[in-house]
Design a protein around this ligand. Sequence first.
Ligand code: AMP
Ligand code: MG
Length: 206
Amino acid sequence: MQTLRLIPDPAGLAHAARLLAQGCCVAMPTETVYGLAADARDGTAVARIYQAKGRPSFNPLIVHVADLAAAQAIADLPPQALALEQAFWPGALTLVVPLRADAGIAGLVTAGLDTIGIRVPAHPVAQALLRACGAPLAAPSANASGRISPTTADHVLDPDGGLDGRIAAVLDGGACPVGVESTIVGWQDGRATLLRPGGIPAEAIA
Ligand code: AMP
Ligand code: MG
């Protein structure tokens, strides 16, 4: 497979959206790091993410959506999650919240859990792609499992251990402004818990 490098103009975004609709994986810039996106409703497409990355399939993926309404079609956000959403979305915060029974998300995305990690990215290219394809996008970092997360399209295509030849395309949106992964917050027995430090400082969330 030859990996296309697409410019995120209207034609490039439409091309990327078509590839996603066909079940292919496309790397996209977000404000945190480049994500390897696939339609989260399509189990075959999501399996290609795991295959391209060499990721163990028990490790759940973060789903990216365009806005709060799209998040609420997939997950039930408790009041504290809504407060965090108000403060930090769109942005570098992932919320692990109960998955809705009618969400239509492929089981491979959540690794069979009854919760889902969900985020509204702020990056204009990620936003444009989400709106162009109209699908929730499962997107872990666009690197081979165990490697450093990529913050440029060149990193994604790095001949030494990158994903060149393993994915359909990368949308080249330049360098990621935040450059580290999203902060992940979940709830255990009703208490908010920091699951992973990241782009939003824990003190801001507290
Ligand atoms: P990555 O997509 O590589 O940035 O990593 C996603 C991380 O999000 C996983 O390794 C988990 O730690 C976390 N995560 C995603 N979904 C869930 C979930 N449903 N429950 C708990 N943790 C999750
Ligand atoms: Mg990663």
